[in-house]
Design a protein around this ligand. Structure first.
Ligand SMILES: [Zn+2]
Ligand SMILES: [Zn+2]
Length: 141
C-alpha cells in the first residue's frame, strides 16, 4: 500500500517509497549537487559563499553536501573548509576531525566497557607502601 506524504522541502504531496523527499526535489538536489561539484572542480580556490553565488545553491545545502561526505574537498580547495564540531580544527568532510573521531570512539568504547579496565587498586603497590611505613616508624623508635 502506497504511503502518501508531504514533501518537507516543497510541501507537495508525493508517494513515499524510500526517500524522505519527493522525486522532483530529489532530482533538483541531484542537479544542484552536480553543479556544485563541477564548480568546485573547476574553481579549486573558491570559498563556499562564492560557490553558492555562482551555482545559486544555498550555503546551507553546500555545507550539507560536505557534511554528508558526498563532496570531498581536495587539498587545493583550501578555502572550502569545514570546522570540526568538537574542536574547530579545519576538516575536509564530515563533522569531526580525525583526532576527535578517535577520541569519540575511545570514549564510547570506555562507556560501554569494551576496553579492559585498569584495576582500581594494585595490591602490590599498597603492600609496599605499608612496608615502608612500618620500616620508617621502627627507625624513629
Ligand atoms: Zn518536494
Ligand atoms: Zn576535532
Amino acid at each position: 500500500m502506497a504511503e502518501i506524504r508531504n514533501c518537507p522541502r516543497c510541501g507537495r504531496i508525493f508517494t513515499y517509497i524510500s526517500s524522505p523527499i519527493c522525486g522532483r526535489c530529489m532530482e533538483t538536489e541531484e542537479d544542484e549537487f552536480k553543479v556544485v561539484k563541477e564548480y568546485i572542480y573547476d574553481n579549486p580556490g573558491a570559498t563556499i559563499s562564492e560557490v553558492s553565488q555562482e551555482t545559486e545553491v544555498s550555503v546551507e545545502k553546500i555545507m550539507r553536501f560536505l557534511r554528508e561526505e558526498r563532496l570531498e574537498i581536495k587539498s587545493e580547495n583550501s578555502n572550502l573548509v569545514l570546522g570540526c564540531e568538537r574542536c574547530g580544527r579545519s576538516i575536509n568532510s564530515g563533522r569531526f576531525c580525525e583526532n576527535c573521531k578517535g577520541q569519540i570512539t575511545e570514549g564510547l568504547k570506555r562507556e560501554f566497557g569494551l576496553e579492559k579496565k585498569e584495576p582500581v587498586q594494585r595490591p602490590q603497590y599498597k603492600a609496599e607502601k605499608e612496608k615502608m611505613y612500618t620500616a620508617e616508624r621502627r627507625r624513629n623508635d
